[in-house]
Design a protein. Structure first.
Length: 473
């Protein structure tokens, strides 16, 4: 989950990850399924159970003559809608849809008399084009099929007060933020504007910059570098008993493969940065402070290990790293769907930077570890077609106007966004706003107003509302 998307559902209040409030704790930094919507406080509707599910007959394959359809789920919120108003089409991306209507979506809808539609992504939640999760079943799970779902939905959606003249905006966070940008670019005649929150629009296989972002965000990074080198040494020695003890210290004894273990112990930590939210008791400081008084590398390792153990809760906690288990179980599984997307098209593989760059991840976290994971899950060798994908979708070279790009300053995913320091230089313009929220992280802007909001976050939300008022009215 560590790479979750940013959901917004109607309703209840969920704090972010990092070991609190949510019944699921987050353990990894993949943009990935499950209830990741819950990482956006306040995005859910007040009473999710009161909102009916709706179903749309969606084309299984948009790129053939075969007209077979599946049932695609969506939710509606018409609280602020007035006939003639715009529609905000919210994608929950790589996780189940929930009734939406809270957080920034609410602010956007309120300001424009807009309707909110939350359309579940194919192969997540209950929107299943095929019954199982074999590679054969998953062949219709591509970014382009998902974007064509938006287009087909917009063309066919009927509701009182919605006409062919209605303006539609795509809204999403994380992978869905990238989708919003790719979708507006591909279907500008149907999608009038887009809000791309924390969208990694540039696909990349060897995504070591994620790890550099952790180093930038964590004041105790140098201690973590030291611990990781120590762990590399233990793994190099191949003493089975010592390695077993090491894994047990982190609560990760169930992960048999050493490289997979190496991935997990940093991936679980990364939620601390990815889902950072300013709070009275700052979670990053809370994690980092004890390192200052730790004397030995073993003491430092123990602090890190204890944090990981605290994140692991219940037998499903490590599902994300159970590649063989996913291979054996052919039922639909959101996590597996997300792996499919990364394994065939998007990459986003969080690897260790190569020396002399600083690294929090073990050197065993290389591309091979990630590509092997794909093979373990799907039973065949796979390489994401990154070059082709970026050529088709233009990565961070996108130039379509009326796409609002918002990122969090410390969010590791910013490294693949239009707001990345590595992206081609461009200027913030009214037709193409670029906003980076100071001390913000993943999809912070999509959440609900809170007393802990920084001025920078308030300004970002305000600018979004102003831009969409201009574009959608
Ligand atoms: C159309 O696609 C469905 C689902 O994949 C399949 O069951 C069916 O056989 C296909 N029909 C044709 C005519 O290819
Ligand atoms: C729609 O969203 C509004 C604003 O968040 C919320 O108060 C309302 O309960 C939602 N409507 C439904 C039917 O859930
Ligand atoms: C580890 O494996 C044991 C035995 O299969 C199982 O009971 C336990 O729930 C697993 N723990 C985690 C955190 O997955
Ligand atoms: C298979 O996966 C489904 C969906 O994730 C889950 O509900 C079920 O418990 C799994 N079965 C086994 C045997 O792990
Ligand atoms: C959130 O704050 C903005 C201004 O900062 C305000 O316009 C908006 O109405 C607030 N939303 C809610 C739900 O209170």
């Amino acid at each position: 989950m560590w790479v979750k998307a940013c959901l917004t559902v109607f309703g209840s209040f969920h704090l972010l990850s990092v070991g609190n409030a949510v019944h699921i704790k987050r353990h990894h930094a993949q943009l990935e399924g499950e209830d990741w919507i819950q990482s956006i406080p306040g995005i859910l509707a007040a009473d999710p159970s009161a909102l009916p599910e709706h179903w749309f007959d969606q084309q299984v394959d948009h790129f053939s003559k075969n007209t077979t359809v599946f049932q695609q789920r969506y939710f509606l919120n018409t609280t602020y809608f007035k006939p003639g108003g715009p529609v905000f089409l919210y994608s929950p991306g790589e996780g189940a849809a929930r009734p939406v209507g809270g957080g920034q979506l609410r602010n956007l809808a309120e300001a424009t008399n807009g309707m909110i539609v939350g359309l579940e992504h194919r192969y997540y939640g209950k929107s299943l084009p095929t019954p199982q999760s074999t590679p054969e079943d998953l062949r219709f799970l591509t970014v382009d099929q998902g974007l064509a779902d938006f287009a087909n939905f917009i063309r066919k959606f009927t509701h009182e007060g919605v006409s062919p003249k209605t303006k539609w905006a795509l809204v999403g966070g994380s992978y869905a933020g990238a989708q919003a940008s790719w979708g507006r670019q591909k279907y500008p005649e149907l999608i009038h504007a887009a809000l791309a929150s924390s969208g990694p629009v540039q696909a990349k296989a060897d995504f070591y910059e994620y790890d550099l972002a952790l180093t930038e965000a964590l004041p105790c990074a140098k201690h973590l570098h030291e611990v990781t080198k120590h762990i590399d040494g233990i793994l190099d020695e191949r003493d089975e008993e010592q390695i077993a003890n090491l894994k047990t210290t982190f609560g990760l004894q169930n992960i048999t493969d050493n490289a997979d273990f190496a991935f997990a112990y940093t991936d679980i930590l990364s939620g601390l940065v990815q889902y950072y939210r300013p709070a009275k008791v700052d979670p990053i400081d809370t994690f980092c402070q004890p390192f200052d008084t730790a004397k030995t590398v073993q003491d430092k390792l123990n602090i890190w290990a204890q944090y990981i153990k605290d994140q692991i809760e219940g037998p499903d906690s490590l599902h994300f790293y159970d590649y063989e288990g996913m291979n054996k179980n052919l039922s639909h599984d959101d996590t597996k769907s997300w792996y499919w997307q990364t394994c065939i098209e998007l990459g986003y593989f969080q690897t260790a930077p190569r020396e002399p760059l600083p690294r929090i991840r073990s050197k065993y976290c290389d591309l091979r570890q990630q590509v092997n994971a794909c093979e373990k899950i799907f039973g065949k060798k796979m390489t994401p077609e990154i070059t082709k994908f970026n050529r088709q979708h233009h990565g961070w070279h996108v130039r379509t106007p009326k796409i609002f790009y918002t990122d969090g300053q410390i969010d590791p995913w910013r490294k693949l966004s239009v707001n990345s320091p590595n992206a081609p230089k461009r200027h913030d313009k009214p037709s193409s706003p670029l906003v980076v929220i100071t001390k913000g992280s993943h999809c912070t802007d999509l959440g609900t107003n809170a007393t802990t909001d920084t001025q920078s976050l308030k300004d970002a939300r305000q600018r979004e509302v102003e831009a969409f008022k201009k574009w959608m009215l």
